[in-house]
Ligand binder design. Structure first.
Ligand code: LHQ
Length: 263
């Protein structure tokens, strides 16, 4: 498939997706969603891909849904927002959260609306110091979507999440870092080398274990401690049967660097 709204490349086990509508701050269109679905299908199928990096082209990361086709009242009235969520955003967020590979997000500029919540759905979020996060939905009479009402309170607590959602205030990358919303903020010029280095590192790690870690953390949000202890037992049993477990222990005992195959 030829992509018009994203760039997609695979190198050294890392799949890089760049949202690529810079003039419109990489806002989402149906076309972009279709291309993202196609790219994630490749990522899921290709065993040589062991980590994913998502970023944006130009000065923005992603300004949420492209609103330009909603100029007329008829267009707004005709649109079924629930259908749009089912068709596009919910699928995208479910795909990222259930992907058995680590997903790094490099937020290179403003992340607004569903763009902010796309970033927060990723496993490790890095941001440029000039980047910002805006739960812009309330400014147009909507509620946070793309998983925001689930991720935000878990990341920053209800008090901050509710205020962010109800005020639509812009917060800086530094603030997002201080609040535990993202992993780290970097000077603008070092964001991409840092993010690429991290994605490359993850692509050399025990992929099955990383996938199981993701599964365990996903489940922990609704499990009791008892359920989670049982899940850890089950997932650790699976991890203990991977080649990478044998390699990791052998490498440690022989004082050599581990060479994980992802198997
Ligand atoms: C845009 C957009 C944009 C089109 C900037 N669309 N062109 C919604 C509805 C349906 C179904 C389900 O879900 C959703 C989810 C959502 O995401 S709702 C939230 C939608 N997003 C927003 O409300 C954010 C709108 N954008 C902004 O508030 C500002 O653009 C931000 C704060 C992101 C950046 O501000 P500035 O840095 O001042 O840039 P700008 O506003 O000048 O934008 C640059 C260009 O990008 C400009 O185009 P132009 O041709 O005038 O240069 C904007 O019109 C365009 N753009 N966001 N969402």
């Amino acid at each position: 498939m030829d992509y018009q709204s994203i760039l997609f490349s695979v190198d050294e086990g890392v799949a890089t997706i760049t949202l690529n509508r810079p003039d419109k701050l990489n806002s989402f269109t149906d076309e972009m969603h279709g291309e993202l679905r196609d790219a994630f299908k490749t990522i899921a199928k290709d065993e040589t891909i062991r980590s994913v990096l998502i970023t944006g082209a130009g000065r923005g990361f992603c300004a949420g849904q492209d609103l330009s086709h909603l100029a007329s009242e008829e267009a707004r009235a005709e649109q079924d927002l629930g259908e749009t969520l089912d068709k596009n955003y919910n699928r995208l967020i479910r795909t990222i959260r259930s992907l058995p590979k680590p997903v790094v997000c490099a937020v290179n500029g403003v992340a607004a609306g569903a763009g902010a919540n796309l970033a927060l759905a990723c496993d490790i979020v890095l941001a440029a110091r000039s980047a910002s996060f805006i739960q812009a939905f309330c400014k147009i009479g909507l509620i946070p979507d793309a998983g925001g009402t689930w991720t935000l309170p878990r990341l920053v607590g209800s008090a901050r999440a509710l205020a962010l959602a109800m005020l639509g205030d812009k917060i800086s990358a530094e603030q997002a870092h201080d609040w535990g919303m993202i992993w780290k903020a970097f000077d603008d010029e070092t964001l991409m080398p840092e993010a690429q280095g991290m994605a490359l590192h993850l692509a050399t790690q025990p992929t099955q274990a990383l996938a199981l870690i993701k599964r365990a953390f996903n489940a922990s949000t609704s499990n009791t401690l008892d359920q989670q202890l049982d899940l850890e037992r089950d997932l650790q049993t699976i991890a203990g049967r991977t080649s990478d477990y044998h390699e990791g222990v052998d490498a440690f005992l022989n004082k050599r660097p581990a060479e994980f195959s992802g198997k």
